[in-house]
Design a protein around this ligand. Sequence first.
Ligand code: UD1
Length: 351
Amino acid sequence: MTRTIFTVVGARPQFIKAAAVSRVIAGRPDLNELIIHTGQHYDANMSDIFFDELGIPAPKRHLGIGGGSHGAMTGKMLEALEAAMIEDKPDAVLVYGDTNSTLAGALAAAKLHIPVIHVEAGLRSFNRRMPEEINRVMADHLSALLLCPTQTGVDNLKAEGITRGVHAVGDVMHDATLYAIEQSRAKSDVIEKLDLEGRDYAVCTLHRAENTDDPHRFARIIAFLEEQARERLVVFPVHPRTRKVMAERGISPKGVKRVDPMGYFDLHRLLIDCSLVLTDSGGLQKEAYFHRKPCITLRNETEWVETIDAGWNRLWTEVNWKVPRSEISDYGHGFAANSIIETIISHTQKA
Ligand code: UD1
């Protein structure tokens, strides 16, 4: 029997995770995947480039819902996804991470009694002021199958009373990173393009609403970046949200090389030769570890506590690195996508 899985994606990190899982699904004759793109990220360098580079199958539907307030965006997605699910009658709905697209996909499916599978379940920052925290808590409580990247995720769910359908499967971002490392040396010319050959540089990304929307906090982070830039060049691919805020507030940090958002292979090529990562992204904190590069997280807390405990990551509010550094076994060995698919198959057989 062939089962149809309806994959909801919308934002950059979801394209990357879905690519790793889609590659495994493509090799399974018993599974049929329909990809639905909500349109949350719509710029070519935030969306199309990932589909092209990572060979993600073309979305069956593109809902074109990007921008607007959280309520408006999530509401429009909910309505459109519900209609699509009623038409396509999937056997399960697969959602990733913690974006508004994740919440809309999970809620639409749960109300239609379609099992929700949440990849990256159980992560918590314990900061309810983050839209992502609300999205991930809600998605977890709506899911039938909760696929955690780490044991910390399993423990967090247990503390909220969720134990059924919970599995630690490893981190699919590790799969994605290994693939990018393998491809990026041959496929990326970013080092030449940005004239970085032989230079000491850090890679920076910054886009979280909690940082960009508070002008005082944002100014403090920019001052911190300028301080870092006195020691080495800071290469900063600027997210559209952050670009808008910087233009509006006339901010132009010294020693920081601002560039457009880049594809996955270019970003990983930069990570291979950098000496430091500065970021408020969830994914990049771990990608830094996968490259064994130190990371300073531009937030007051992180969901990826293992990277802090092992000494590879520290919050920007902390002064010293924890030494010595150790290896992290929780994230798996780059086969999380296989574990995800095996778990889905055995779960749906039992159902
Ligand atoms: C979203 C996710 C976040 C994830 C991030 C990855 C939520 C609540 N947040 O944040 O968890 O880490 O994606 O990047 O879902 N914009 C463009 N072009 C684009 C995309 C966005 O101009 O291609 C603009 C939007 O119109 C909006 C702003 O950038 O004004 C922010 O986009 P939004 O989708 O709200 O969330 P992100 O900050 O990207």
